[in-house]
Design a protein around this ligand. Structure first.
Ligand code: ADP
Ligand code: TRP
Length: 324
């Protein structure tokens, strides 16, 4: 079983929702399966229009994964642009993809709904994403719910190509929806998201993390009254507590006399303790950019060793000369 997932380099800060809802689970898969994790820098061209910024964000994603425990001896970590064969496959797929399929794409439809004109890159984005997956014959693709439609499109494209050339060369991938496991609320109670600016950053300074934690919205229940343990602050706190700790804390909350400020302080302590090894590791790696670059280049070689022979089968099926 081969697992593959991609992350767009479109940020230099990661919030704890990304960790619990994506990274932690993606990294855990390396223990069980052959795992490929790539940085989708070609995809980022639809939103990031500055070369230096793209490189900075790309480095940030690599550091995030390595800091969160991705082991390059086990999993394959690479940059999408280091295996440009993916663009060739995207072309083949585009010739069997109906316009109607892409016109139903969420990203494209949203852009039009906002009254903006979309470029071809955004319109064809699901084709490149399908190529990302199909080039490596990935069986399972762990993604957030918003990406499910793209995996379904990738299946449609694989099927269409196989049918057109009467060859079973492309494997139909299955989605694994990550954020079904845990949706982390943000400091304002809505889903934690960069878009809402309500995140608790895991790799920012302690001061910034403290600011975010102390800024979690709470109701105005007086200290002496019982507290609602379903509220945001308890929900986030629970991510860092054992079942026993939770029982104990919820008992105190129900009894009254517990201030939200105290819960936040305890949350901050637990959160910093939980992320300390990852924060240290990231700071260390940041000082060794050559080492990170070597991990990515080695990852690209390993990814290409899987992808190139598969692309050759695709070329052969369509009547082209093979390359390897
Ligand atoms: P954002 O909403 O902050 O822009 P992304 O869309 O870049 O985050 O999220 C990347 C991945 O992180 C998602 O596919 C999802 O699995 C996970 N994720 C993001 N926010 C949350 C959240 N609040 N709770 C759980 N998982 C999340
Ligand atoms: N489109 C995904 C996102 O925006 C990133 C991505 C690109 C991806 N190619 C992929 C994810 C292939 C999984 C598989 O989050």
């Amino acid at each position: 079983m081969r697992v593959l997932s991609g992350t767009q380099p479109s940020h230099d800060y990661l919030h704890i929702g990304n960790y619990f809802g994506a990274l932690r689970q993606q990294v855990a898969l390396q223990e069980k399966y052959e795992t490929l994790i790539f940085i989708a820098d070609f995809h980022s061209m639809n939103s990031v229009r500055d070369a230096d910024e793209r490189q900075r964000y790309t480095r940030a994603v690599a550091l995030d994964f390595l800091a969160c425990g991705l082991d390059p001896a086990q999993a394959i970590l690479f940059r999408q642009s280091d295996v440009p064969e993916v663009c060739e496959l995207a072309w083949y797929l585009s010739t069997v993809t109906p316009m109607g399929l892409l016109e139903r794409g969420h990203a494209y439809k949203d852009k039009l709904a906002q009254g903006q004109s979309a470029n071809h890159g955004l319109f064809a984005y699901p084709v490149l994403m399908a190529a990302d997956i199909l080039l490596y014959r990935a069986d399972l693709v762990p993604v957030g719910r918003d990406q499910k439609q793209h995996i379904e499109m990738a299946r449609d494209m694989a099927e269409a190509f196989n049918r057109t050339y009467d060859a079973e060369v492309l494997t139909l991938p299955e989605p694994q929806i990550l954020d079904d496991v845990a949706v982390v609320p943000g400091t304002d109670g809505r889903k934690m998201s960069k878009t809402y600016d309500n995140g608790i950053p895991m790799f920012a300074s302690e001061k910034q993390i403290k600011q975010a934690v102390m800024g979690i919205v709470t109701d105005s229940t007086p200290v002496e009254d019982p507290k609602d343990t379903k509220s945001t602050v308890f929900e986030i706190w629970s991510l860092f507590a054992s079942a026993d700790d939770r029982v104990e804390m919820f008992k105190r909350a129900g009894a009254g006399g517990l201030g939200y400020g105290d819960v936040k302080k305890d949350l901050l302590r637990r959160l910093l303790e939980f992320f300390a090894p990852m924060r240290e590791r990231r700071a260390e790696l940041e000082k060794r950019p050559d080492e990170v670059e070597n991990v990515l280049l080695d990852g690209a070689n390993r990814a290409r060793a899987i992808g190139a022979p598969i692309l050759d089968e695709v070329r052969r099926a369509a009547g082209f000369r093979t390359c390897t």
